[in-house]
Structures are given as C-alpha cells and as structure tokens.
Design a protein around this ligand. Structure first.
Ligand code: GLU
Length: 243
C-alpha cells in the first residue's frame, strides 16, 4: 500500500494539517506531494515551511517530492487525451452566471459524453471497507481546465495518484464529494481506482472548517509557544471531528 499527504502551499500548516498528516503518515508508506498548480495562491516560502513543520512533527517521506507546478505538461496531456475523445467542451459562463466571450472559456468534462464513452452510468469506489456507488446521472459537468490556471485540481490529483502508484488516498472529508469526478476521470483514463479514506476535520467550535488564516493555530506558532510535537498532535486529535 502507498498513500500520500498532499497539501497546497497557500499558507502555513495549521492544526487541521497536523491531524491530516498524522492520518496519512500513520497509515503506512506515505508520499509528500506539493499541490501548487494554483500559482495565483501558492508561494514558495510556504513549501519550505511545510517541510520544516512536517519534519518537526516527526514525519518522513521519500525524495524527490513531487511538486505539481513542475509537471503542468503532464496534466496538459491528460486534457488533450480527454479532448481528443470528444469529452470536453468550452464554457463561457462566468461566476455570476453570465456568458462572456471576451474571457478565455473554462473547459468542462461532459458527464453525458463520459457515460457514453464508458458504457455505464454507475461507478463504484471503496471508502475504507465500504463500497460507494456513484450515480453519474446526478453528476453535473465539472471544470477540468480552469480559465485562470490552465488545468485543475481534478486532473492533477488523479494523474499524480496514478503516476505515483498511490493505492490509498487519505484526505479530508471535505473532499468526499469530489471523489465522484475523480473516479470518473480514472475510469476514462484506464487508471486503477484507489481505495479512499476520508478523515474527519479539525473544527473550530465544532462548526467551521479550520482556516489557514487563523494564524495563532499554525504549527509554527504552537511550536514557538513551547509546545512539543506530541502536544500539537494530541491537540489536533482532540479537536478532530469523526470522519
Ligand atoms: N491539495 C489538497 C488540499 O490541500 C488535497 C488534495 C487531496 O488530498 O486530494 O486540500
């Protein structure tokens, strides 16, 4: 088995990341992957801080670490493959719901075309020991090329999980719904569907997802306050919801 911890370097790691990292690294051999395709938000200093914080927490991973922004052509090739099979279309609708042909379009994956291509509207994946069935007739068309970054999380994450031989995806419950389009892309590309393990999230007063902006709870800040890595990990565990 092989899993991964795949943070985006858009801020300092916080308690929620400490919990997520403990879940991933605690399950067995685990890769670190830097998901920085959103170059409008990712910053190199955060990548350095991720390394430092994870080492301080006591985690270890094989080198080299895959940094997604260095592999944009790989994601472009996946998009070309899907486009070549007639599964993608341009969408000029903006966030406000209006059509604007002055901006580059977003590229969407047509779920109806995908259903035709794979010959079924039902797919399954394993969530831990449980089989989850996906009803593709209820899956709206998803953006696979964002107009601002030229690719998307859905393409990069599925490509890399396949390319790196990840058998078990460990990640937060907030990404559970996204698994539907990930399994669809994996099926279209002929990639094995990994087993999924969506874990609970560290909550702020049991409601809101922990935000990276809450500076006082960064791992770095907690370390500066004199807490040990064990303290930080047990704090994270205490505050995590059940997945
Ligand atoms: N990079 C994503 C994040 O920081 C995680 C992606 C995943 O684990 O699938 O939330």
């Amino acid at each position: 088995m092989l899993t991964r911890f795949a943070p985006s370097p858009t801020g300092y790691l916080h308690l929620g990341h400490a919990f997520a990292a403990a879940e991933a690294f605690g399950r067995g051999p685990c890769l670190l992957r830097i998901e920085d395709i959103d170059l409008t938000r990712a910053r190199p200093e955060f990548y350095a801080a991720i390394n430092e914080d994870l080492r301080w927490l006591g985690f270890d991973w094989p080198e080299p670490v895959r940094v997604q922004s260095r592999h944009l052509s790989d994601y472009g090739a996946v998009i070309d493959t899907l486009a070549g099979r007639g599964l993608l279309y341009e969408d000029f609708t903006t966030r406000t719901g209006q059509e604007n042909r002055d901006l580059p379009p977003a590229i969407k994956l047509s779920t109806p075309a995908a259903i035709k291509a794979i010959g079924t509207d039902r797919l399954t994946f394993m969530e831990r020991e449980r089989v989850v069935t996906i009803d593709l007739t209820k899956l709206e068309d998803k953006t696979v090329v964002r107009r601002d970054i030229g690719t998307s999380y859905h393409i990069a994450v599925t490509h890399d999980d396949w390319m790196q031989g990840v058998t078990d995806v460990t990640r937060g419950q907030d990404l559970f719904e996204k698994t539907r389009v990930h399994v669809l892309i994996q099926t279209l590309m002929g990639w094995p569907v990994p087993r999924y393990h969506h874990h609970g999230l560290v909550m702020e007063t049991g409601e809101k997802k922990m935000s990276k902006r809450r500076g006082s709870m960064t791992i770095h800040a907690l370390r500066e306050q004199g807490l040990s890595s064990e303290d930080v990990l047990s704090m994270a565990r205490e505050q995590a919801g059940t997945g």
